[in-house]
Design a protein around this ligand. Structure first.
Ligand code: ZN
Length: 62
């Protein structure tokens, strides 16, 4: 079962890094609130990864 779950989550992580699904870009990093480019949602991949992890913990992203 855990194998199955890992396979389902991997595509989501890829999609989160490329497609603007879910949260809208606000000009600020969604994770640390740093000002970023208007079309960016995080300053870097570290912030994105942290945000993704927190979202999952909150249950907002499946
Ligand atoms: Zn950030």
């Amino acid at each position: 079962m855990s194998q199955d779950r890992a396979e389902r989550e991997a595509p989501y992580l890829l999609a989160a890094s490329r497609k603007p699904t879910g949260p809208t870009a606000t000009g600020r990093c969604l994770y640390c609130d740093e000002i970023v480019a208007d079309d960016q949602r995080w300053c870097d991949t570290a912030c994105r990864d942290g945000w993704v992890r927190e979202s999952r913990l909150r249950g907002g992203v499946r």
